[in-house]
Design a protein. Structure first.
Length: 402
């Protein structure tokens, strides 16, 4: 494998190698310098040494960690990294079984650490390629995802620059087009169409998020009405912020909009995030139950992204469970992960909850989730998000293909 093209673009990395083998330390150090032009490399043969380096050199942003360390092992060291709020990349190096490594990877993520991959011993030079590809993608995302300023969000709301795109959802068994999710975007005068990760968090710091939520609902229900007039009656899913659900009048506002656009309640699905359910918030629950009593369905979004517990599902009037795309994209070859998906699907069926697989991005994934018994799917393999005016044409093309 020719790694010559990878030698540029990583000079900004400052690496810390932690392994009790000097042979491994020297080998990894040589690969980093020769193949990736990383010249700032620190070595440590114990946890104590490594912690000293981290405390004295705040510039460390890439850690290669051996799991089998004397005294304090790699698993214990992950907790130490979490305790000092280390924000850089972590690569695990180990010769232990893949089952243990998979468990450790999950542990690293649960600590909030930026785990990006594992080098299985014996380590080969070609093994580094995927690690550094992930670093490149991650850095580009971080560069592009700087939050917008509050005044930019206010300007967008005043100028009606909140846009809505739509991503189709299909029934996996029949491949029938049955629903669509409304996705919020912002039309920025300099940056063009901006994704929500650049403004939603900032908007949720104030009541700006309520204005955005209502703008999306009005546009989405208006578009649904146009599709309905053309004979296309879909299930419309709209994401709603916990901040909006904290407003006592939220449910009544939704009922008013349904009446305004002559939309049956059972054609609307409100999507909420799993994290919102953790504290059993009373006002949110009141709104959710009022919405559900009128026939509006509820979907639990990004299930599996955090510390998911099936028990929580029994407490809420959830109709759909959306399995986070990391279930399928990052772990589709992982037998343990597939067993977890099977378990989740089994419990969902027992609770009469339909499942939606997100992140259906290739034919392998759509075949996998269909075979495993997911009810619905959405993702780039089915369709990228599109404008409202493109939906009818997409439906015709999809029906012709299937």
């Amino acid at each position: 494998m020719d790694l010559e093209s990878n030698t540029k673009g990583y000079e900004w990395l400052n690496a810390l190698l932690i392994d009790d083998s000097t042979v491994i330390l020297d080998y990894v150090s040589t690969v980093l310098e020769k193949s990736f032009n990383i010249t700032h490399v620190h070595k440590a043969s114990s946890s104590a040494e490594a912690m000293h380096v981290l405390r004295t050199s705040r510039s460390i942003n890439l850690v290669f960690l051996d799991l089998n360390m004397p005294n304090v092992d790699g698993i214990q060291f992950l907790e130490k990294l979490s305790n000092i709020e280390y924000k850089g990349y972590i690569v695990i190096m180990s010769g232990v079984s893949t089952q243990i490594i998979s468990s450790v990877e999950t542990l690293a993520k649960s600590h909030g650490l930026n785990y990006i991959g594992t080098l299985l011993k014996p380590i080969h030079e070609s093994d580094f390629e995927n690690i550094f590809k992930k670093i490149g993608v991650s850095r580009r995302k971080n560069r592009s995802a700087e939050s917008l300023k509050t005044y930019e969000i206010i300007r967008a709301i005043k100028n009606d620059d909140i846009e809505v795109l739509y991503q189709p959802q299909i029934e996996l068994s029949s491949r029938e087009f049955i629903g669509i999710e409304a996705l919020c975007r912002m039309n920025h005068p300099r940056l063009g169409l901006v994704s929500p990760d650049r403004f939603i968090d900032k908007a949720e710091e104030s009541e700006l998020i309520i204005h955005i939520t209502l703008a999306v609902l009005k546009k989405a229900l208006g578009d649904w009405k146009k599709w309905s007039m053309n004979g296309l009656e879909l299930k419309l899913s709209v994401n709603v912020s916990p901040v909006a659900l904290q407003q006592p009048e939220f449910a009544d506002t939704v009922f008013m909009l349904l009446s305004q656009f002559a939309m049956p309640a059972d054609k609307l699905c409100i999507e909420i995030t799993e994290g919102m359910l953790a504290d059993d918030p009373l006002q949110e629950l009141a709104n959710l139950n009022r919405l559900n009593m009128r026939g509006i369905e509820l979907a639990l979004d990004d299930f599996g992204q955090n510390n998911s517990t099936i028990e929580r599902l029994q407490k809420f009037p959830v109709t759909y469970l959306k399995l986070d795309k990391s279930y399928f994209i990052e772990q589709k070859g992982n037998l343990n992960q597939l067993a977890l998906i099977n378990s989740t699907l089994s419990v969902a069926k027992e609770l009469h909850i339909k499942t939606i697989a997100e992140g259906v991005e290739d034919s392998d994934i759509i075949n996998l989730v269909t075979e495993m018994g997911c009810d619905y799917g959405q993702g780039y393999y089915i369709s990228r998000p599109m404008k409202a005016k493109e939906v009818l044409a997409w439906q015709r093309d999809w029906n012709a293909k299937t």
